[in-house]
Write a new protein. Sequence first.
Length: 365
Amino acid sequence: MQKILSHSKLFRKPILNMRPYVAPIERRTGRDYLLLDFNERTIPPHPLVLEEISKYINKGNLQLYPEYGDLNEVIADYVGVGPQEVIPTVGGDQAIDIVTRALAKDGDTVIIPRPTFAMLEQAARIQGASIVSPRYRGSNLEFPFDEVMQDIKPEVKLVVICNPNNPTGTPVPKEQIKLIIERASEVNSGVLVDEAYHEFAPELTAIDLLANYSNLFVIRSFAKTLGVPSLRAGLVASQKQNIEELKKIRGPYDVNMPASAAMKALRHQTVRDDIKKYVDEVMKVSKPMLEDFYRKNGIKFFPSSAGFHLLEEPGLYDFLRQKEGQRILIRPRSDPPGTVRVSLGTREDTEKYIEALQEYLQANK
Ligand SMILES: Cc1ncc(COP(=O)(O)O)c(C=O)c1O
């Protein structure tokens, strides 16, 4: 007789003990919502990006395995490192995954300040690592630098810094990152700096530290400003020897060809200029406009260096989702309790959102 094997005997304990990361991603499109919930670019990518993707599709080579050509050269040039110091990945998510898998195993400790992007913790949990989570703190949700430094002990294999942090928007000064990297290297630990929101705060980048620190891994995403989260495109930048190790973990064809074509569109200065134009509208028009509105109307927001705000306004999510006229999706957060995260978009998006906020205030204050 066939033995019935319990799934709890089959799967590794860390997997059994964790829950999937379920994002509220379904049924967002097709209802004319203004989407301010996933920190996406609120307008389509530049036409040249679409043209590069179409060119690939029209070549009629879907039946062939990927051939990346000069993808590494193009993205390395965009990031400002050498072609051998970068590896393209299936979104920022896979970048996080391969670095975590390379460095942390069952029983090791990973430091991940909280609250932060869920996939950072998810990757560490899959490995069975213990997670130490100093908290962003104070009325501005500041980065817990002193605690991170104190927590770097011999059992630590990876320190994760999200800069600027999602969902708080907190910037981490480069001087602090440098000190963390130096302390981490004393205990043979790596440091993963998640720069998914890099374009919104380019001055914070740790890329220029790569030359001097062999335990630094910087990850990026092409979801937020190039605007192709649907295709999944990201990268890890690190010293050449580290990239050689990461190549053993990422599959040789993991990155799909439409994603590769979209990334390669970064060879065009026009595409880079378009990213800058979008980011400037978000950070120099929409952000100050909204912060002014929040201040005048007593809506508590946390200072943000990224293309979104965290607000203490728990009732806003339901109101915006259900209201008459233009409905808007934002992201409710359980940590910190009673907060919502609202993506910043174009001036036009912001005007619509402010109109909705006025209705909310009339109804609630
Ligand atoms: C901080 C952070 N890191 C990484 C990612 C993942 O990026 P991608 O969508 O390219 O996988 C996100 C996406 O929201 C993020 O917010």
